[in-house]
Design a protein around this ligand. Structure first.
Ligand SMILES: [Zn+2]
Length: 305
């Protein structure tokens, strides 16, 4: 059995406390890329020569020097399956922690704009893939799976449907901290939007997946920020694609706009929704199952980011 090709100082085996050995001194990462339109996931048949060869798993491998797990997963998916980073929208990451080694799974979906009629074509670019396939989410367990992937799949299957959404009651979050925001409501709103946008951008640090009740580490939620009153003039220079960070300028009641935004998300069966607000009147109007998040918790996290 040949070892994988060594291209980086981190490409080496780790003798793990669990009794197994794992590839990648800095840990490893894989990409679970889901096409929501066809309810399929991109899987790789590992080459017969590889460790646990001739089994199906996620494209992935050792995290390289200086890479984040997300960057490592995207690079491996590009090298092994010709999946371009532009086609990938990360939703959550799940981390399997073995203390001296860890495996990070990036659960993501295919970025499809109105003009995209098909999912990316999977092409084996290096020798590590014997085959690549879009597999129906309900048929993954019919394949001979890599043992570690077989163990992880039931949790990943739940996360594959997650698609978390964060709705921000901007006035309420702003009002929760007496920092002089009332002197320049639009300016303070603009700064808050930029902070949130940076955190949830696919290139940003994300937010805790636990906010959404998800059994994972970090989430990059689709985000809807609702502005009302004098804050409607806030500018938005947010480093995230428009569809992932939407700013709603409520013509009337901000609460009405927030309830409408939440109902629009829950109506199409999308994943968990969290509303950042401390407004009890608004909380009472939200559909059952929608969680709320305290303004202090949101601000603390995005300011750390
Ligand atoms: Zn281990």
């Amino acid at each position: 059995m040949a070892d994988p090709v060594r291209r980086d100082p981190n490409d080496a085996w780790v003798e793990c406390t669990c009794g197994s050995r794992h590839w990648g001194l800095a840990g490893a990462a894989g990409l679970a890329l889901v096409d929501r339109a066809t309810r399929t996931v991109a899987l790789q048949l590992r080459s017969a020569r590889s460790h646990q060869g001739s089994t199906w798993a996620l494209p992935g491998g050792a995290i390289g020097t200086g890479e984040t797990p997300l960057q490592g997963a995207l690079r491996e998916a590009s090298e092994e399956a010709d999946i371009r980073a532009d086609d990938v929208v990360p939703d959550v990451v799940s981390v399997l922690d073995h203390e001296v080694w860890s495996y990070t799974t990036v659960v993501a979906h295919v970025a499809r704009d109105a003009s995209a009629t098909s999912r990316p074509v999977l092409r084996p670019l290096d020798g590590e893939s014997a085959d690549l396939r879009w597999v129906d989410l309900d048929e993954v367990t019919d394949l001979p799976l890599h043992p570690a992937f077989a163990t992880a799949w039931p949790r990943l299957r739940v996360l594959a449907d997650a698609g978390p959404t964060l709705v921000v009651d901007v006035s309420n979050v702003l009002g929760a901290r007496p920092d002089g925001w009332w002197r320049d409501r639009a300016g303070a709103s603009s700064r808050l939007l930029a902070e949130i946008g940076t955190a949830v951008s696919p290139s940003g640090p994300g937010v805790p997946a636990a906010w959404f009740g998800l059994d994972a580490a970090t989430a990059w939620p689709r985000t809807v920020a609702v502005l009302e009153g004098a804050a409607r003039d806030a500018t938005t220079t947010v480093p995230a694609p428009g569809a992932r960070f939407e700013v709603v300028r409520a013509p009337g009641s901000g609460d009405d706009a927030i309830v409408a935004a939440v109902e629009a998300v829950t109506a199409d069966g999308s994943g968990p929704v969290v509303v950042a607000t401390a407004d009890r009147g608004l909380q009472g109007r939200l559909p059952p199952g929608v969680r709320t998040l305290g303004p202090g918790t949101l601000r603390k996290r995005i300011l750390e980011a």
